[in-house]
Ligand binder design. Structure first.
Ligand SMILES: Cc1cc2nc3c(=O)[nH]c(=O)nc-3n(C[C@H](O)[C@H](O)[C@H](O)COP(=O)(O)O)c2cc1C
Length: 165
């Protein structure tokens, strides 16, 4: 549970590269997510190319913090061969949250930058990555060693709980 209560969005990163073995553990965590019908619609693009990262940071006005990240993971989903394609974005949201929790667990920082369900944003990211139309970008997750620190706010609100006994 620790990472659930420690995770915060981190938008500033040091230059230190993220070790490949850490990146693999992050992606293992993402792929451990449940998915509808176990369809696992995900494909993960791990971007370290500086020009590509800069282009990704410009796909919308709230994506600028990606610019100086040492790595940006772009969770995408397949549109073909899925058992229940209407659940693909929900599946991707769960995998992306797993990714964020793993980022925290590894002593890294990252943030979810919204792409899906906004088709224009999805198209722009697809163009930067050069991926085929059978793959749709879901989010941008810039990450790295944190250059800022924050503590999570307590969002627990008992009024939002409705016991029906
Ligand atoms: C679906 C989704 C889209 C988001 N899009 C952006 C974004 O475009 N830019 C950004 O800086 N943060 C984005 N965030 C991060 C939220 O702003 C952040 O999670 C929220 O303010 C709560 O802060 P915390 O993550 O530190 O708890 C997004 C988060 C989610 C879940």
């Amino acid at each position: 549970m620790k990472e659930i209560f420690e995770r915060v969005s981190i938008r500033k990163y040091t230059d230190k590269p993220v070790e490949p073995e850490k990146l693999e553990r992050l992606l293992r965590a993402a792929m451990a997510a449940p998915s509808a019908g176990d369809q696992q619609p995900w494909e993960f693009f791990v971007v370290t190319d500086r020009e590509m990262i800069e282009a990704l940071s410009k796909v919308h006005r709230y994506a600028g913090c990606a610019k100086d990240a040492p790595v940006v993971i772009v969770p995408c989903y397949r549109t073909e061969g899925l058992w229940v394609p209407q659940y693909a974005q929900i599946d991707m949201a769960i995998a992306t949250e797993n990714l964020l929790l793993a980022i925290t667990a590894e002593g890294l920082g990252g943030v979810w930058l919204g792409i899906a369900p906004e088709e224009e944003r999805m198209d722009r990211v697809a163009q930067v990555l050069g991926i085929p139309p059978t793959l749709r970008p879901f989010a941008l997750v810039p990450l790295g060693y944190p250059a800022e620190s924050r503590t999570q706010e307590d969002r627990f609100d008992p009024k939002r709980i409705h016991y029906l006994a």
